[in-house]
Structures are given as structure tokens and as C-alpha cells.
Ligand binder design. Sequence first.
Ligand code: ATP
Ligand code: MG
Ligand code: FE
Length: 334
Amino acid sequence: MKVLGIESSCDETGIAIYDTDKGLIADQLYSQVALHAEYGGVVPELASRDHIQKTTPLIKAALKESGLSFKDIDGIAYTRGPGLIGALMVGASIGRSLAWGLGIPAVGVHHMEGHLLAPMLDENQTIDFPFVALLVSGGHTMLVEVKAIGDYRIMGESLDDAVGEAFDKTAKMLGLGYPGGPVLAALAEKGEPGAYDFPRPMIRQGGLDFSYSGLKTFALTTWNSSTKTEQVKANISHAFQEAVVDTLFIKCKRALKDAEAKRLIIAGGVGANKRLREKLQELPADVFFPPMKYCTDNGAMIAYAGALRLQAGQTEPAEIQPKPRWSLEELNAI
Ligand code: ATP
Ligand code: MG
Ligand code: FE
């Protein structure tokens, strides 16, 4: 079965084709980062307009890349939510209408299920159920118990900022530009270990929830009362990253124990963080990451998740109904 996947939930237009026999056979991505950079964050209306311009050309490019034509496609998967309503509307409208026109089934994929299954795009790793998933992205910080595809229990989540959001906001305060997460992470490598000691929020009380807005404020007050040199910036970046990685490590360890699981998968943009990857290897579990390029938003993860659902017989009526707010726990197991 060959499935065309469309991702348009935020500021990346991703189009990919997943073949259940051959694996990924096309993968096209356009990032709007430059478009939003001057505003220091994603401007929803600009995002929707840009998705409209990029989706059709990228679908054509994906067909060309795979050597296929529309008549070879067996199903369409598009991101139904969560995300920006206007941006979701573009992918959902194009995806659903295309499936209608071609007379093939369509399925609306949960964006976070796409992230969660992305480690399985690596053909060199087989991941058996059950496992615990740490989803760390620009909009989410979650620990999820996964018993099967679609059988998800949220064990803990952020009570305020998502991890990626905290990285981006802290980077912005330090004048590192947008999006700052990867820049801050690179600068952290030049920081002196121990120059600052940041708090580890939500550690002493039990439970698996997270809080990151306090760390961002701590970074700001530290910066404002410092000598504001480039080295201080690197030191703050280092201390911030250590605090984030430490709290994620501690909660992952707890979650694995609570769920009596032996496998942990990490997904989402912050999963690209080198220090996090390194630290989580110390856990008493088998730890899996997606390939680097499938950590942040992409069409491949949507085509893959959609292919699994279509293969299991899941389809939906010819209605265009994006879900900007949508919990993973509402999904059905396949
Ligand atoms: P969501 O998936 O929750 O809707 P999103 O799609 O915007 O949010 P992703 O594309 O998964 O999020 O990830 C983007 C986030 O990952 C940004 O906040 C970015 O700063 C962060 N990020 C990317 N690389 C790194 C890195 N190396 N270190 C830390 N953060 C990173
Ligand atoms: Mg993005
Ligand atoms: Fe995402």
C-alpha cells in the first residue's frame, strides 16, 4: 500500500510517500522558519497562506521523487490536529479532496502520534510494545504509556511551557534569534560546567508532571544580574540545558518504574538535543530515538502513521474536520 502523507500543523509543509512494502519512497519538506523569523515566532495567518502555496508543488515533487503518479497512490493521510486551525485546514482540505477525487481512502492523523511513531521510520530498529514515550516538542512535553498503536495513557505533562517552547523563549531572551532551541543547545557546549546551578522544578514532589516557565524566568534574572558577556550567555545556556535534561531524565526513570516498562522512546523536536540523547542512555532501559531529521515536523511520520491506520482498515467520511485541540487518549487502538 502506498500512502501520501501531508503535514501542515504549524510552520513546516511536509509531504511524503510511505510504501508498506518498500518503506519511505519520497520525502519533501519546506520550512517556513525564515518567513516567521522577523516576528520572533509563528504568525498563524502567514503560516496558512504559505502552506497553500507550498502543498501542491510539494505533492508533485514527492510523486516525481518516487517515480509514481496519482493513480499509484492507495490512500492519503493528513495531519488532522492538534495545531494551528488555519494551517491544519490547508492540509485537511487538500488531502481530503484529493482522496475524494482519486476515489481512495483518507485518514486524519494525530500529529503527536506521528511524532511518537517516528522512531519506527528507522529500518534498523525494531521496537516492541509496551513502551514509555517521552514526547518533547515545541508545543508538548508528555510521558505516555504505550501498550499498542493508539493505546495511549498520558502519565504526565507540562503544567506550563513545553520544553521546546522554554528553549526557544530562553534563547530569545539571550538574543540568540529564532527559533533558538538548537542555537542555545550549541552555545551550551561552550559553557563552563558549574558556573551556575539552576533549580530542578517539580522533582521533590512525586508525580510525572513538568514545569518549565520558572526555569526561563530564572535564566532571565540570572542574565539581568550578570556582566552580560558572551561567556555568561554560554554559561547560562549550559546551566539551563542541564536543568532541563536532568528533570527529563528523573521523570523518565520514574515513568519506566511506574509502567514497569523496559523500553523508552523519545520523539519530537527536542529529541534532537545531543545532551538529552547522551544522558538518557544512562537509563536502565533500551532507549530509542528517531533519526535526527524526523525529530522535528515532517511528512514522513504522518505518511507512516496514516499507512498503519489505513492498513488496519481505518478510513473516514468525506468531511473536512481539523481538530486543533485533540488528546492522544481519544485515539482508538489498532
Ligand atoms: P508540536 O509538535 O508540539 O505541535 P512543533 O511541531 O512546533 O510542536 P517540533 O517541530 O517537534 O515542535 O519541534 C520544534 C521544537 O524543538 C522547537 O521548540 C525547537 O527549538 C526544538 N529543538 C529543535 N532542536 C533542538 C535541540 N537541538 N535542542 C533543543 N531544542 C531543540
Ligand atoms: Mg516547526
Ligand atoms: Fe510537531
